[in-house]
Design a protein around this ligand. Structure first.
Ligand code: AMP
Ligand code: ZN
Length: 469
């Protein structure tokens, strides 16, 4: 498997630190609002990387944080007159709903910055003891120049950076020893949430949280660290400086960065106001369409969001879903008995497309080519599966298509949805069962409806029902 590494600017063979295991950290969102579809790009892309690694047999320990203390969260809390915690909790819940609708698997651990303050105090102290950090007026800074390899990820030269940062000197940060130094801990301002520390009542800087959470949940050295390309500098560069200065070891082997999701060829972002939230898109499309759209481009290529591309993604996804639906139907009609010799041969021949799919994914997760291989497989199966075939053969062909879909996180065969009429009939049956004191059956029906996302409510006017996500 070849993986493009921002650190070396090359595709490299993926070799994990520990055989059969992958330790992966993906920087998560700052939670002060609904996530936008730009934020969804790294979620979908790196969830797909994880799924492919799992398909290859690796056990993946996948950690992705929520930044739940930040200026923007505090601002929003003040606007609404509620606590910062209430804001972050609310949007973490909403983000998890969006992730589930996009079929993004929950991380092995989703740490919260505010729950890891002790670890941050420890790492900051350690950096001070080693001479990599200093405190001035309650603020702790990282002594950037002391970490000689600084700039190795973003391929920036320290002296160029110094020129660029000169403006900082006139913006109230004169207390720093060097304009390149960055904040590890900062004192609170009036009304802000804070924690006690040896330096001031305050809160951690943004970069330190990822170094600490990564170390706690994955260890001092990890295989993959990932996020959007805007994080390369300064966030990831600073994470490397902190972690490597503290632990004395290479922090992450492979650094993966997705390109931006643009709109009208500009980065989609909250500050520019040119964004759609994932929730807004979910009102118009099944979020599988969004997932298909994101994966139809290579993750390192910029992707421009447009209605036309969403429509063509919907068509593409439907083609694959129709192929799966047809196979399911043919399987039900299929003959009993073992696969014929010809079927065995045709099944083996369809493996060619699995190979193509894997080759594409092995080449730095080229999901665009992987999707193309799926279309070819669907076409092949369309020609080589008919009502004359055995159940076993059709079943195996269907499984093959579904498995590739699953690697990309696309569910090609949806559980059949109950129509309103079916729901009404089941409710009537449940009422009859209750009347007959057959409570087991009544509960069974309630459970069956719940599985389909239908909740019953017994009211004075009779039973009401609603669909929930
Ligand atoms: P933030 O909440 O801004 O820290 O962003 C969370 C994640 O979303 C980071 O990995 C960002 O790099 C990523 N991200 C934000 N905007 C975009 C965008 N327009 N396209 C792709 N990734 C983005
Ligand atoms: Zn981070």
């Amino acid at each position: 498997m070849q993986v493009y590494n921002t650190l070396t600017k090359k595709k490299e063979a993926f070799v994990p630190l520990e055989e059969g295991k992958v330790r992966m950290y993906v920087c998560g969102p700052t939670v002060y609002n609904f996530i936008h579809i730009g934020n969804a790009r790294p979620m979908i892309v790196f969830d797909t990387v994880r799924r492919y690694m799992e398909y290859k047999g690796y056990e993946v320990n996948y950690v992705s944080n929520f930044t739940d203390v930040d200026d923007k969260i505090i601002k929003k809390a003040n606007e609404e007159g509620v606590s910062a915690q209430e804001i972050s909790q609310r949007y973490i819940e909403e983000c998890k709903k969006d992730m589930s609708m996009m079929n993004v698997k929950p991380a092995t651990t989703h740490p919260l910055a505010t729950q890891e303050i002790d670890g941050m105090l420890e790492m900051i102290q350690d950096l001070m003891d080693k001479g990599y950090a200093y405190a001035v007026n309650g603020t702790v800074y990282f002594r950037t120049r002391k970490f000689a390899p600084y700039g190795k990820l973003s391929h920036k030269n320290l002296d160029d950076l110094r020129g660029g940062e000169r403006v900082l000197l006139v913006s109230g940060e004169e207390e720093k020893e060097d304009p390149l130094d960055f904040v590890l801990w900062k004192p609170k301002k009036e009304g802000e949430p804070y924690w006690e520390s040896p330096w001031s009542q305050g809160r951690p800087g943004w970069h330190i949280e990822c170094s600490v959470m990564s170390k706690k949940y994955l260890g001092e050295q990890i295989d993959i660290h990932a996020g959007g390309e805007d994080l390369v500098f300064p966030h990831h560069e600073n994470e490397i400086a902190q972690s490597e200065a503290c632990n004395g070891k290479e922090f992450a082997r492979y650094w993966l960065h997705n390109a931006f999701l643009n709109i009208d060829n500009r980065k989609m972002s909250k500050s520019l106001g040119n964004f759609f939230t994932v929730r807004e898109i979910s009102e118009k499309y099944d979020l599988q369409v969004l997932r298909f759209f994101m994966l139809s481009a290579h993750y390192r290529s910029p992707l421009n969001f447009s209605a036309a591309l969403m429509e063509s993604s919907q068509n593409g996804l439907e083609r694959l879903m129709t192929a799966a639906g047809n196979l399911k139907y043919l399987k039900e009609q299929g003959a009993e008995g073992a696969m014929t010799a010809q079927e065995q041969q045709e099944y083996a021949a369809s493996g060619e497309y699995v190979k193509k799919f894997e080759e594409a994914m092995d080449d730095d997760f080229n999901t665009a080519d992987a999707i193309a291989a799926m279309f070819e497989l669907a076409k092949y199966l369309n020609i080589h599966v008919s009502a004359e075939n055995t159940k076993e053969y059709v079943g195996k062909c269907l499984e093959r298509l579904l498995e590739l879909g699953d690697i990309l996180g696309l569910i090609l065969l949806k559980e059949e949805e109950l129509l309103d009429e079916d729901v009404e009939n089941l409710i009537a049956e449940r009422q009859a069962a209750r009347k007959a004191k057959d409570f087991a059956r009544a509960d069974e029906i309630r459970g069956k409806l719940l599985e389909q996302g239908i909740v019953l409510e017994d009211t004075r006017e009779g039973v009401k029902w609603k669909r929930v996500q």
